[in-house]
Design a protein around this ligand. Structure first.
Ligand code: SAH
Ligand code: SF4
Ligand code: F3S
Length: 441
């Protein structure tokens, strides 16, 4: 039995694709191993969103090439594979095959070809089946939480972003398939699903099938109601695109307890001028109207975002507008990224004119705003009772359990491991660094 080691970089979509790749390989007679040293095949599911992410691939392939071990088969999957294609064979010696983002279903075929002696093979073709291959329970990233892709690709073409090129155009999965999958997961003991996509709220399936009985102002809010009606314990969704974020999503959260109180709504910048250069299709005003609606919910919805600092042409004033916006929105937390020019995107043609030192300065300044707000958002949980899905035993302390609240905060508490997979009420007693601590009540 050939052993396969699979390493994943990038977003949840890549994690989800990796689960499927591992499932397909397993059912085709390969053994999935966590031990890189003895693997016959090493796969990298790659990310291209920033230069550093892309570089990880070259570093890792170099490490294997320079190690003492007998050379394994090396395959590259994911966004770098899709974008670079066959050029990877000359860019990084040792790579045996390249499999694009939509060709992942053909993983076993391509691995077998390498073992039959074919060299430098690439498949950047279209998907033959559209996600109708389920994840095997042994290959899930969690025994209790499942990722369910509902839309893939992106049509937005924000000027800095490579994703529309690596993932292609938006394609929504049929609602009836999604609902059936959630039902199946629920019946198999899964407690929480994450509906995932580059922009989940741009969901637009070809037909109504499966959602006929559910109302809502947009197909996505109808899908949310339909998925909620399956009765699965918890539903989370990422990422939402501001322009397509309809207020009705908040109404759906207000109506259904199992739609979790967490919204991730990337703003990218607090300056209208920069938003326009980024071609985001939203303004600060239109964004803030949505934030106000989210904040008006009695569900105490936790709010997170993504921000890029140092976009071409970003002045100190533009950056200060981002700081102001952050303070107004009081995000629970944010992913802050330094702008990284991506070849092939429109922004790559603009001058990357914020110096590295200034990018770092702005990054640290924004972090100074972020940290106390993160503290506040955790501190306000102290004394409250949160519903926590018990996901795993804590890595650091034995008899400590760990899980997420409905508002997606990490909570640690003592308890018996029999509780794994259960949803328990935890009274929060303390908050330390990025984590809440509490006692089961
Ligand atoms: N579809 C999502 C985000 C996908 S990429 C959205 O539109 O919000 C995840 C995050 O990476 C983005 O939100 C953005 O903040 C960041 N990002 C994308 N391209 C980048 C680049 N060239 N440089 C730095 N950060 C980038
Ligand atoms: Fe990239 Fe913009 Fe699409 Fe998000 S919406 S994936 S940032 S192009
Ligand atoms: Fe990276 Fe591709 Fe996801 S570029 S963020 S792995 S869609």
């Amino acid at each position: 039995m050939k052993k396969v080691y699979l390493e994943t970089f990038g977003c949840q979509m890549n994690v989800s694709d990796s689960e499927r790749v591992a499932s397909v390989l397993e059912s085709d007679g390969f053994e999935i191993t966590q031990n890189e040293a003895t693997a016959d095949v090493i796969l990298f599911n790659t990310c291209s969103v920033r230069e550093r992410a892309e570089h990880k691939l070259y570093t890792r392939v170099g490490q294997i090439r320079n190690s003492e071990r007998e050379k394994p088969v090396i395959g590259v999957l994911g966004c770098v594979a899709q974008l670079e294609g066959e050029t990877l064979f000359s860019k990084s010696k040792g790579i045996d095959f390249v499999l694009g983002t939509k060709a992942v279903g053909r993983i076993s075929k391509i691995v077998n070809k390498v073992f039959e002696g074919e060299e430098n093979i690439s498949d950047l073709g279209e998907r033959e089946e559209f996600y109708n291959w389920s994840v095997s329970p042994t290959q899930q990233h969690s025994p209790f939480v499942s990722f369910v892709p509902i839309i893939e690709g992106c049509n937005k073409f924000c000027t800095y972003c490579i994703v529309p090129f690596s993932r292609g155009r938006e394609k929504s999965l049929p609602a009836d398939l999604i609902i059936a999958e959630v039902q199946r997961l629920k019946d198999s003991g899964i407690r929480e699903v994450h509906l995932i996509g580059q922009n989940v709220n741009s969901y637009r399936p070809k037909s109504d099938q499966g959602m006929e009985k559910f109302n809502g102002a947009t197909p996505f809010s109808r899908l949310l109601r339909a998925v909620a009606a399956t009765g699965i314990d918890r539903i989370k969704f990422t990422t939402s695109f501001p322009r397509d974020f309809h207020e009705d999503i908040v109404d759906a959260i207000n109506e259904f307890e199992n739609l979790c109180n967490w919204v991730h709504l990337p703003v990218q910048s607090g300056s209208n001028r920069i938003l326009k250069l980024m071609r985001r299709g939203h303004t600060i005003d239109s964004y803030l109207r949505k934030i106000d609606k989210i904040k008006s919910s009695a569900r105490d919805i936790s709010l997170t975002t993504d921000i890029i600092i140092g976009f071409p042409g970003e002045t100190v004033e533009d950056f200060e507008d981002t700081v102001k916006l952050y303070e107004y929105c009081k995000y629970d937390t944010a992913y802050i990224f330094k702008y990284s020019p991506r070849p092939g995107t429109p922004a790559f043609e603009m001058s990357d004119d914020v110096s590295p030192g200034e990018k770092t300065r702005r990054f640290l300044e924004l972090e100074k705003v972020q940290k106390p707000l993160l503290r506040d958002s955790l501190n306000k949980c102290v004394g409250k009772i949160l519903e926590v899905l018990v996901e795993k035993e804590s890595v650091k302390i034995s008899s400590e359990l760990s899980g997420h609240s409905t508002c997606h905060k990490v909570v640690n508490f003592s308890g018996d491991k029999e509780l794994l997979g259960k949803i328990v009420n935890v009274k929060i007693t303390e908050s330390k660094s990025n984590t809440l601590f509490g006692e089961i009540v």
